[in-house]
Design a protein around this ligand. Structure first.
Ligand code: SF4
Length: 333
C-alpha cells in the first residue's frame, strides 16, 4: 500500500517589526497552519532589538539582515523624497519589501506578509501607498496584509488557496482595539509601543545627517555613529567639532576615535572630550581647543587654559582662551 502524499506545507516570511500589529498578524497566519519565518532589518538608523525581543517572546524564528549599504544609498537619494524629517518612508518600505521578496524566492517561501493596517498612518498606510510600495518592490501580488486583507485586492496566495481569505481580517484606521483584543486572546500581554525606533524621524539627528551629506559626501559608517553622540558644532565647510555632553557621551566617543582625528581635553580642569574628526590645520585645531575649554570647568577668571590635543597616540599642548558659549549657538548642528 502506498503511503499518502505528504501535505504541502505553506511557508511564509513575516516582515516583522516587533510591534503589536506584526505580532498579531503572525498569530493570525500561524492559526491557519502556515509555517512563519520572521524577517527584520538593521541599519545605523534603526536596530533589531525590538523585533528580536518580540520574536523571542512569541517563539518566532527571526532572521536579521544588515542592509546598511543598500539602505544608505536609498536614504541619500529617495525617489519619493523625505517625510517630515530625513525619513524616506515610501522608498524605505519599498526596499524592505523588495529584499523580503528576494529572500522569499531564494529560500522557497510562498508569500510575504506584513502587519500593516489600512489607514493606520494617514500617509504611508493609505490604500494608494500600500499599493505603491508593493508595486515598487516587484512582488505586489505576493504581499499579504492579513489584518486588512478583506479590504484589499485578493493576492496570489489567497487565489491559490495557500491562505484562507475568509479567515483574514478587515481592520482599518488608527484604533488598536481589535488588535489588543486579539493579543489578549493569544495570551500576549507584553508588546512595544508602535512609535519610535528610527533615527531618520528624529529632527536633531536629521539635521546632522543633512549636514553630513552636504559637508562630507565621502563619509564612513563611523561618521554616522558619531552623529548619535554629543554636541556638534560646525567650524567651517570641512570641519566640525563634537563635544561630549556628559560622561556617557565621552565614553561613547572614545571607541569611535581613529588615528586621523584630533582629540581635545583640558589639562588642568575637568571637562568634556572633544573630537575634530579627521583633524585639521593649526587654526582649526586651536578653535576646537578653545571650544573644548568653553565647555569645561574653567575658572571664571581664567584668561587662558591649557588643552591637551592628542592625535595618533601623540599629545601636544595648546594654550587657548575659551570661546563664549553663547556665540556657538548658531553653529550648532
Ligand atoms: S520610519 Fe524609518 S524605518 Fe520606518 S519606513 Fe520610515 S525610514 Fe524606514
Amino acid at each position: 500500500m502506498s503511503s499518502p502524499e505528504p501535505k504541502n506545507i505553506v511557508k511564509t516570511l513575516s516582515l516583522f517589526s516587533g510591534g503589536l500589529d506584526s505580532i498579531v498578524s503572525v498569530k493570525l497566519i500561524q492559526e491557519q497552519g502556515i509555517d512563519v519565518q520572521g524577517l527584520t532589518f538593521c541599519t545605523p538608523f534603526f536596530e533589531a532589538e525590538k523585533p528580536r525581543a518580540a520574536a523571542r517572546r512569541i517563539g518566532l524564528p527571526l532572521m536579521v539582515l544588515d542592509i546598511t549599504e543598500v539602505h544608505l544609498a536609498m536614504v541619500r537619494a529617495p525617489r519619493y523624497g523625505y517625510g517630515k524629517n530625513m525619513n524616506p518612508c515610501i522608498d524605505c518600505h519599498s526596499l524592505m519589501l523588495k529584499i523580503a521578496g528576494e529572500k522569499m524566492e531564494e529560500m522557497g517561501y510562498d508569500f510575504i506578509f506584513t502587519g500593516e493596517v489600512l489607514g493606520q498612518r494617514p500617509m504611508s498606510q493609505s490604500r494608494q501607498m500600500l499599493h505603491v510600495v508593493a508595486k515598487n518592490s516587484g512582488y505586489a501580488d505576493r504581499i499579504l496584509r492579513p489584518l486588512s486583507a478583506k479590504l484589499l485586492p485578493e493576492t496570489l496566495p489567497e487565489k491559490e488557496g495557500k491562505v484562507d481569505r475568509e479567515r483574514l481580517l478587515d481592520i482599518q484606521g488608527r484604533g488598536r482595539k481589535r488588535q489588543m483584543e486579539m493579543a489578549e486572546r493569544y495570551g500576549i500581554t507584553e508588546y512595544a509601543n508602535p512609535a519610535g525606533g528610527c533615527l531618520l524621524t528624529d529632527p536633531m539627528f536629521s539635521k546632522r545627517l543633512k549636514d553630513l551629506f552636504a559637508s562630507h559626501p565621502g563619509f564612513t559608517p563611523r561618521d554616522l555613529e558619531l552623529l548619535k553622540v554629543g554636541r556638534h558644532i560646525r567650524l567651517n565647510d570641512r570641519h566640525k567639532v563634537i563635544v561630549g555632553r556628559n560622561k556617557r557621551d565621552n565614553q561613547s566617543l572614545e571607541p569611535l576615535i581613529e588615528d586621523r582625528d584630533a582629540v581635545f581635553q583640558m589639562r588642568d580642569f575637568p571637562g568634556p572630550l572633544c573630537m575634530l574628526p579627521g583633524g585639521g590645520p593649526e587654526e582649526v585645531e586651536r578653535e576646537a581647543a578653545a571650544i573644548c575649554a568653553a565647555y569645561g570647568d574653567t575658572p571664571k577668571d581664567a584668561n587662558e587654559v591649557t588643552v591637551k590635543c592628542r592625535r595618533a597616540g601623540e599629545t601636544s599642548l595648546l594654550l587657548v582662551k575659551p570661546v563664549n558659549r553663547a556665540d556657538l549657538q548658531e553653529r550648532m548642528i
